[in-house]
Design a protein around this ligand. Structure first.
Ligand code: IMP
Length: 429
């Protein structure tokens, strides 16, 4: 029995969807534990591309249970659209999805508040996905959220909505100068969602723990990445949830004693969407090269991603705050044809060298990367399926990442397809 957590080791978009899809073969349950439809997990199987925002990336395998844990914020409309789109393609069966009754709902006012506040911030904007994620988590912490259990109880939902809308309309109309919402509009719409989703709703903590008792394997699927964690990321340029491995427990109701391993996913270079510090960012030609070669455009918003060299300071930080037991390196094939490849090993700022990610915003934003340069490889990697057949410079690069991060490499990915993968060590075995 093995229960494994998968997290992003950078700023998200590391290719977690593909890796979760691959490890799903060894798991019985695949559980999302935080975030919402700000995530966009892309999976390509036999040339067919699927982008998932809320449903766990295990859904493309038959006979696997996919669970949306209590730590996720759920936009019911997006979830229903995702279910319908998968059903149309014969990729979804009703008995394979469970939704936690304790998960919080994203409401229409969350989206409006998200967009309006971002506009007001001007140059201080976060660059959010505009999906209402921050305001939904704010309400959860402020004890003003509406949960899935409330949605499926008509009277509780109406009562809560009436009360909460008084405050939200005050905020929207009087402070943010926007139009407010009518109780009956939201009520009618959400009661339609309740009918569609009721059958999937349960106490998922009880369900998962019972399955663990039976010896089933659980794969906990993180969204976003470590540097977007609200505590351990580049605050305030972060998302509003804990994206680190510890969140797999609080976000599902499973105790830490049941977790057997934590796998970090890192691209062979670095990308980030939205605002905030990114010490190894490459502007100009090099950044454009990464973006075009790696197709670095957001799966959720389509925004061009900021691109740069691999940052080992970031990976060491991720290794520590997640307790990583293995690393997967994705998009290694993208680096082919580069004569020289750089890895950042530390930062300098005002004459001082930093080997750990700084918390001070001024240092984060002003950090100058210290680079180590390695020879690249000219060969195409996309058809290579075993480690020994990789060019020797590719192997050196992989080994150097492991040395600098202190985490063993367990898999590398050399293309978008499921089989364009080299597995070195299976965390489930
Ligand atoms: P929010 O999560 O929409 O509030 O956005 C906060 C920050 O996190 C912004 O910089 C977003 O671009 C970033 N972000 C949120 N979700 C993802 C993701 O799945 N991948 C990459 N960046 C993300």
């Amino acid at each position: 029995m093995s229960n494994i957590v998968i997290v992003g080791a950078q700023w998200g978009d590391e290719g977690k969807g593909k890796i979760v899809d691959i490890f799903t073969e060894y798991a019985d349950l695949i559980v999302r534990f935080q975030g919402g439809n700000n995530a966009g997990h892309t999976i390509v199987v036999d040339g067919e591309k699927t982008v998932l925002h809320l449903i766990p990336s295990g859904i493309l395998h038959q006979n696997k249970k996919c669970i949306i844990g209590n730590g996720v914020v759920v936009d019911p409309e997006v979830l229903i659209d995702e279910i319908d789109a998968l059903k149309k393609r014969g990729r979804f069966e009703d008995d394979r999805l469970l939704i936690s009754e304790d998960a919080h709902l994203i409401m229409p006012y969350h989206k409006k508040i998200d967009a309006t506040k971002e506009n007001l911030k001007g140059i201080r904007k976060i660059g959010t996905t505009g999906r209402g994620i921050g305001p939904a988590y704010e309400d959860k912490t402020a004890r003003a959220g509406i949960r899935v259990a409330d949605l499926i109880d008509e009277s509780v939902f109406r009562d809560k909505l009436k009360f909460i809308l008084m405050e939200k309309n005050h905020l929207l109309v009087n402070l943010l100068h926007q139009s407010g919402f009518e109780v009956h509009d939201i009520y009618d719409k959400y009661m339609g969602f309740a009918e569609r989703l009721r059958g999937y709703v349960t106490n998922t903590s009880i369900y998962i723990n019972n399955e663990i008792k039976k010896g089933k394997n659980v794969l906990f699927e993180g969204a976003q990445g470590t540097l977007l964690d609200v505590d351990h990321g580049t605050y305030p340029y972060v998302t509003s949830s804990n994206t680190v491995a510890g969140s797999a427990c609080s976000g599902t109701g499973v105790g830490p004693t049941h977790i057997n391993g934590v796998i970090g996913i890192s691209k062979a270079y670095t990308t980030r969407v939205g605002e905030g510090p990114f010490p190894t960012e490459q502007n100009g030609l090099m950044g454009d090269w990464f973006r075009e070669k790696g197709h670095e455009y957001g799966a959720t918003t389509g925004r061009p991603r900021r691109c740069g060299w691999l940052d080992a300071v970031v990976l060491r930080h991720a290794a520590r705050v997640n307790g990583l037991t293995g690393m997967v390196i994705t998009k290694l094939d993208i680096l082919s044809t580069l004569g020289k490849i750089k890895i950042c090993t530390g930062y300098t700022f005002e004459g001082k060298t930093y080997y750990e990610f700084p918390s001070n915003k001024r240092i984060m934003l002003g950090a100058e990367p210290v680079y180590e340069e390695m020879d690249g490889w000219m060969e195409d990697l996309s058809d290579i399926r075993d480690f020994d057949s990789l060019p020797s410079n590719t192997k050196k690069y992989i080994n150097r990442i492991a040395e600098l991060s202190g985490v063993e490499t367990i898999m590398v990915s050399v293309g978008m397809e499921r089989d364009q993968t080299i597995l070195l060590k299976n965390p489930f075995e």
